[in-house]
Ligand binder design. Sequence first.
Ligand SMILES: [Zn+2]
Length: 262
Amino acid sequence: MGTPRSYQTQAIIIKQSKLGELDKIITFYTPEFGKLKAVAKGACRPGSKLGGNVELLTHSVIMLAKGRNLDIVTQSQTINAFPVLKNDLWRTSCGLYVLELIDSFTLENNENRPLFDLLLDTLHRLCQDDNSETVLRYFELHLLHYLGYRPQLQQCVICNLPIKQTVNFFSSNQGGVLCPHCGQEMPEGHFLSVDALKILRLWQSCDYATARRVKIGAKLRSELEKVIQEYIKYILQRDIKSIAWLKELKKKSLVDNNNGTD
Ligand SMILES: [Zn+2]
């Protein structure tokens, strides 16, 4: 018996790169195998049917054949190409950020079904929901949870005392909240407002329908973004490339909006 020579799986295309003139190496995220790399032969050929079905930000069913090194994509059928996501620069950029995080945090052949579901749900939410910031923060927090990096928000990570509703500190390298006393002694901690703590705790434990109902002002939104993204950067020990691009786009849209109202 052994492993079958060909197999089928659902997959979301998270990365692609050229291999020689005509082929592509595609990185998929799948429910059964986690991250999976495979070769799509002829995918760079103009009009290739396979090529169209293995574009980034696409949910597909793929057939694979066992290869000596990398497996080979033999057939692919699109379940959802997410046109709403792809026809809007901001939504596309948010989607690519999500893919970059999935790729950066995962290893090949490491099944994580909840993470696959979170990824798929997040792509749908980016299509349906105009509040992309909440979609992204909710995604980041739950990604961290499913990968074993859930930030500790209930007790001080140093002295273990319950965290009170006051201005506390957050430390990325301690992985959670520090009480005011411990926070003062830790130079790397940042202030964490009462509201930010409340929202992080809520989002960590509630479903998305509840999370999206919370109304958040611009200042708090940027505090939440900063806390979570700095923690992510600390874990990965490097910058996430698409963050700089998202910031650039946001700046540009603020300028455009101001010009529009003058
Ligand atoms: Zn403490």
